[in-house]
Design a protein around this ligand. Structure first.
Ligand SMILES: Cc1cc2nc3c(=O)[nH]c(=O)nc-3n(C[C@H](O)[C@H](O)[C@H](O)COP(=O)(O)O)c2cc1C
Length: 212
């Protein structure tokens, strides 16, 4: 699919066909494509919980403004942002360092610089750790939605949910934030997709705080 078709075609769809499952291989391909999203220091602070079981989806729906798309979509992704994925000793940090050394991008003697840079950027406050985890995971989530569209799937991102209750339901460790839930499936035939919503214009997006 042409990129313009993907970006124009991606919509938050409210109606999923509950009878049309998403094959495991397709979901895997979608996640694999999204894993190519960029991240600071390539730290990839994202994980996913896949919710397919109808009973688990029903319980999740109750914690998410009772949005029916959670039960109707064949799979719902609980998107996780790892606030600790910058710390020394974290498996991804350590693997990343070894990969960078192996590929010649970093010398082993630059370990102190690598540690200091991450500490300086993310170690100073919980706010910075929250920002680190969520901004990078946001790029991943966008990539998931575009990859899904490319593969013929539809999605719906949701932050209308009780964060603490969802954390408890899925026993999500404290180091994670849950930036969003993502329903994935096929748009239900016979339903009407509302027209695309307005967007800010380019001049409204571009700002300049210096010129009076
Ligand atoms: C992080 C995030 C959270 C959202 N949460 C909800 C939600 O809980 N319920 C809902 O109906 N729509 C939710 N939306 C969908 C937005 O309303 C939708 O993306 C926006 O209106 C633009 O429409 P479009 O995605 O079809 O282009 C969310 C979107 C994002 C990106």
């Amino acid at each position: 699919m042409d990129f313009k078709d993907v970006i124009n075609g991606r919509r938050s769809v409210n109606f999923f066909d509950p009878q049309r499952p998403v094959p495991d291989e397709l979901l895997e391909e979608m996640i694999g494509l999204a894993s190519l999203a960029p991240s600071s220091f390539n730290l990839q602070p994202w994980n996913l919980i896949l919710v397919r079981d109808p009973e688990r989806k029903r319980r999740l729906q109750k914690l998410a403004w009772d949005q029916p798309k959670i039960s109707e979509a064949p799979v719902v992704l609980v998107v996780l942002a790892d606030r600790s994925a910058w710390q020394s000793g974290h498996p991804v940090v350590e693997r990343n360092f070894e990969e960078m050394v192996a590929s010649g991008r970093l010398g082993r003697d630059q370990r102190q610089w690598f540690d200091d840079a991450r500490m300086d950027l993310y170690g100073q406050s919980l706010e910075k750790q929250q920002a680190f985890a969520n901004k990078n995971t946001g790029f991943f989530a966008m990539a998931l939605m575009l990859a899904a569209k490319h593969l013929g799937l539809d999605t719906h991102p949701m932050d209308g949910f009780d964060h603490q209750a969802v954390r408890e339901l899925f026993k999500v460790p404290e180091r994670y934030w849950i930036p969003l839930l993502l329903a994935v499936g096929y748009f239900k035939a016979g339903e009407t997709l509302l027209p695309p919503k307005w967007r800010k214009s380019v001049p409204e997006i571009v700002v300049d705080f210096e010129s009076g």
